[in-house]
Design a binder for this molecule. Structure first.
Ligand code: ZN
Length: 265
C-alpha cells in the first residue's frame, strides 16, 4: 500500500479544503479495498449527498472524512436531524476516517467504523448556525469517536503502519452480528457493555468486574430497574456471537482474533 497522496492532482484547486478532498478521495479509490469483501471501491458521482464510495461487488457504502494533523476525538458531520433519521433503520453508510500529514503529504491513519456502531449517543448536536448565516438556523452534528467501542475502530493504517488485509477483514467480520438487530436501542445495550469491557482493559475478566459499572449504567438508563440482568443478557449475546468465550465460574475471555481466523479456515 502506497501512503503518499498524489500532489499533482491538487494543482488546479485553490482552497485548501478542496485540495484535501481531491487528494484524499483519489488516494482511497487507488489504495483502499472493501473491508467486507476485499475488492476495490468506486467513487459515487459528486452530487450524491450521503456516501462517497461503494463496493462494486457487495454494495457496501462508505462516507469519507479527512482531517490533517491528528485524529482528535470528534469529527464534524452533516445535518443532525438527517443523521438521527438515518440511524433509525441502519440507513447510514459506513464511515472512513483518514488522517494525513501536510508536511509529508502522506496518510498517517486510516480506519473504518462500520455503520452498525452508529447510535444516537455517539451523535452530538452542534450549535445552530446564526440567523445571519447563509444556511440560517441549520444544525449540524459531531460524531464522537471516543464513545465508540475499540472493536468499532478498524485500522487499515495506524501511525504509518499498514495492517495485514486478513486482519482488517477478521476485525470487520467479528462485529457483523450487530447488524442483526437493526433497532439502535437494542444494539445500544450491546455496545454499552462492549465499552465497559474495553475499559476493564484485560483479556480475561469476571462477571463481577462488569457489575462494577452498575451504578453508572443506572444513571445512563434510568428507566431500567434490572441492570445486572441486562449485563448478563448482553454478555450471553456477545458469547453466542463469538465475541467472548465463557470459561466457567463467572469468567469470560475476549475471543482472540487469530483464533477466529483459524476457525474460519
Ligand atoms: Zn465489498
Amino acid at each position: 500500500m502506497n501512503l503518499d497522496l498524489d500532489q499533482r492532482l491538487s494543482a488546479a484547486y485553490k482552497s485548501p479544503s478542496q485540495k484535501a478532498r481531491v487528494l484524499t478521495e483519489n488516494w482511497v479509490e487507488r489504495e483502499i479495498y472493501c473491508p467486507n469483501c476485499g475488492l476495490s471501491l468506486r467513487q459515487f458521482p459528486n452530487s450524491r449527498p450521503v456516501a462517497d464510495f461503494f463496493c462494486l461487488s457487495c454494495r457496501e457504502e462508505f462516507e469519507l472524512k479527512s482531517k490533517k494533523d491528528k485524529i482528535g476525538d470528534k469529527v464534524v458531520d452533516g445535518a443532525y436531524e438527517t443523521m438521527l433519521e438515518r440511524l433509525k433503520d441502519l440507513n447510514n453508510p459506513n464511515f472512513f476516517f483518514l488522517n494525513y500529514s501536510i508536511t509529508s503529504w502522506a496518510v498517517v491513519n486510516f480506519l473504518v467504523i462500520p455503520k452498525h456502531f452508529f447510535t444516537a449517543d455517539i451523535i452530538e448536536m452542534r450549535k445552530p448556525l446564526s440567523p445571519e448565516a447563509r444556511r440560517s438556523h441549520w444544525v449540524g452534528c459531531n460524531i464522537l469517536l471516543r464513545s465508540i467501542p475499540e472493536a468499532g475502530k478498524i485500522y487499515f493504517i495506524r501511525d504509518h503502519q499498514v495492517s495485514p488485509k486478513d486482519k482488517v477483514s477478521a476485525e470487520w467480520r467479528r462485529t457483523l452480528f450487530l447488524r442483526e438487530s437493526s433497532r439502535s436501542e437494542s444494539r445500544g445495550w450491546t455496545l454499552t457493555v462492549m465499552k465497559c469491557i474495553d475499559r476493564l482493559d484485560k483479556k480475561d475478566f469476571l462477571l463481577d468486574d462488569v457489575y462494577k459499572f452498575e451504578e453508572e449504567l443506572k444513571r445512563a438508563y434510568p428507566g431500567n430497574k434490572h441492570i445486572k440482568d441486562k449485563i448478563r443478557q448482553q454478555l450471553q449475546i456477545l458469547r453466542d456471537k463469538g465475541y467472548l468465550e465463557f470459561i466457567g465460574r463467572g469468567k469470560y475471555r475476549l475471543t482472540p482474533l487469530e483464533h477466529k481466523e483459524e476457525n474460519a479456515r
